[in-house]
Design a protein around this ligand. Structure first.
Ligand code: HEM
Length: 500
């Protein structure tokens, strides 16, 4: 210790500082590359972390877009980030440059919950053979188990009836619909993955929902963010386990369901659900170390489908009900169309949709206005690429600002208002809009889009066929401003559901 005198400490500190600055400079050197997108000047060490409001990223990005244009760059710590805004830039990045922009960022902590080269689920899987195999499998299984056929449609319609019964139990008194929507939409995924539904008060269903919510909270925790940013900390014994406790509990719960499923499966019957189909693929892949059909990956794929498939659709339906109580004139027009096309007795079917342009326009406008996943999921470049004339190096994190497309002032007549006419032509016919992009686009676009569309149409029409929704008497009109937390949920509200 005696060696560390003031004389030696000062040059040492200067040397360390210079070294750190050089390392920092190395990480930021792409800023000086020709045609790199503009952005705020990064500070040594932290980059632009202090320029970004993580509590409200969509607003922060809209401000930065005003300053720097449709394609701008940021440096988050040492991670280079490029943000695309507006239809032209987002489409070019996701569709024209699909092959270059389809990767996801590595998430070091996931290695502690079973992620490996052959087990990455779908959502966060790196762009490669394991992702491709599971994406193909999920899409074809969704199709085989009834998308486009009647079986899944029947499941959804029956679930919608159960949801109506649960709404009716409130006898027209005020209630918050969110918990019931979550349960109904979880049942659709449970039907796909396990071929079963749960009663809404089944403790197992409630536990799955609690664990799912806790997992999502855990994933945005400070501890997890720090561990991902500085993976070296993962070597501290016990830390990774502490940071992933909820996710591991959630996966363990799904394992129990698979075990139960295995015991009750009739081996003579063809696969009845996604778990059966996955187990069959595992059997075929026995001895093939390259296959992503393994027990570890099955739980990750199923947990991805639960999280991706349930929460997004439930929040969208919550937006739909909120917007109906805020716009009773629109609600009445939807009910009028339901009465004309379906009547009051028969259950709605997907085939009705083609004859219900107003309802279809309303559902699209709910998705546009609700803007549930405003910044989509981050992507990463697999190669150096060029978008809107800017050069973006391999390994750059990409944000595609879907919100900037769904609310683009150059495209929509009233971008910040709920206005179903955005999706209707002058003759009242449904009008497709290129800038309707809530499911993203390109290679990583939402694989559940057809199921989500079916759920939204059937749940929405079943509910409006049975009930009139209103703001509870004596309560103030709820706000239509969303709350951003990766997804945008409506501010908490209550409604009354009065049978028609
Ligand atoms: C209204 C409902 C939904 C919305 C708004 C929505 C939106 C999205 C978005 C924006 C992405 C990210 C796309 C990208 O990275 O470019 C995504 C990915 C995904 N969604 Fe959905 N989604 C919905 C419903 C569903 C449903 C019902 C399922 C499944 C049953 C599902 C499964 C997935 C999966 C597995 C991915 C990851 C795809 C991949 O990385 O290859 N989603 N979704």
């Amino acid at each position: 210790m005696g060696l560390l005198t003031e004389n030696t400490l000062t040059p040492l500190a200067v040397a360390v500082a210079i070294f750190l600055l050089l390392v920092d400079l190395m990480h930021r050197r792409q800023h000086w590359a020709a045609r790199y997108p503009p952005g705020p000047i990064p500070l040594p060490g932290v980059g632009n972390l202090l320029h970004v409001d993580f509590q409200n990223l969509p607003y922060c990005f809209s401000q930065l877009r005003r300053r720097f244009g449709d394609v701008f760059s940021l440096q988050l710590g040492w991670t280079p980030v490029v943000v695309f805004n507006g239809l032209a830039a987002v489409r070019e990045a996701l569709v024209t440059r699909a092959e270059d922009t389809a990767d996801r960022m590595p998430v070091p902590i996931f290695e502690h919950v079973g992620y490996g080269p052959r087990s990455q689920g779908i959502f966060m899987a790196r762009y490669g053979p394991a992702w491709r195999e599971q994406r193909r499998f999920s899409v074809s299984t969704l199709r085989n188990f009834g998308l486009g056929k009647r079986s899944l449609e029947q499941w959804v319609t029956e679930e919608a009836s159960c949801l109506c019964a649960a709404f009716a139990d409130h006898d027209g008194r005020p209630f918050t619909p969110n918990a019931l929507l979550d349960r109904a939409l979880s049942n659709v995924i449970a039907c796909l993955t396990y071929g079963r539904r749960f009663e809404y008060d089944d403790p197992l269903l409630l536990r799955i929902l609690d664990l799912m919510e806790a997992t999502m909270k855990e994933e945005s925790s400070v501890l997890l963010t720090v561990l991902n940013a500085f993976p070296v900390l993962l070597r501290i014994p016990g830390l990774a386990n502490k940071a992933t406790r909820m996710r591991r509990n959630f996966l363990a719960q799904l394992d129990e369901l698979v075990t139960e499923h295995r015991m009750t499966r009739d081996p003579v019957l063809p696969p009845q659900d996604l778990t059966d189909a996955f187990l069959d693929e595992m059997e075929k892949a026995k001895g093939n170390p390259e296959s992503s059909f393994n027990a570890e990956n099955m739980r990750l794929v199923v947990s991805d489908l639960f999280v991706a498939g349930m929460v997004t659709t439930s929040i969208t339906l919550s937006w739909a009900l909120l917007l109906m109580i805020l716009h009773p004139d629109v609600q009445r027009r939807v009910q009028q169309e339901i009465d004309e096309v379906i009547g009051q007795v028969r259950r709605p079917e997907m085939a009705d949709q083609a004859r219900m342009p107003f309802t279809t326009a309303v559902i699209h406008e709910v998705q546009r206005f609700g803007d549930v996943i405003p910044l989509s999921l981050p992507h990463m470049t697999t190669h150096d690429t060029e978008v809107q004339g800017f050069l973006i190096p391999k390994g750059t994190m990409l944000f595609t600002n879907l919100s900037s497309v769904l609310k683009d002032e150059a495209i929509w007549e009233k971008p910040f208002r709920f206005h179903p006419e955005h999706f209707l032509d002058a003759h009242g016919r449904f009008l497709k809009q290129e800038a309707f992009m809530p499911f993203s686009a390109g290679r990583r676009a939402c694989l559940g889009e057809p199921l989500a569309r079916m759920e939204l149409f059937l749940f929405f029409t079943c509910l409006l066929q049975r009930f009139s929704f209103s703001v509870p008497a004596g309560q103030p009109r709820p706000s239509d401003h969303g709350v951003y937390h990766f997804m945008v949920t409506p501010s908490p509200y209550q409604l009354c559901a009065v049978p028609r």
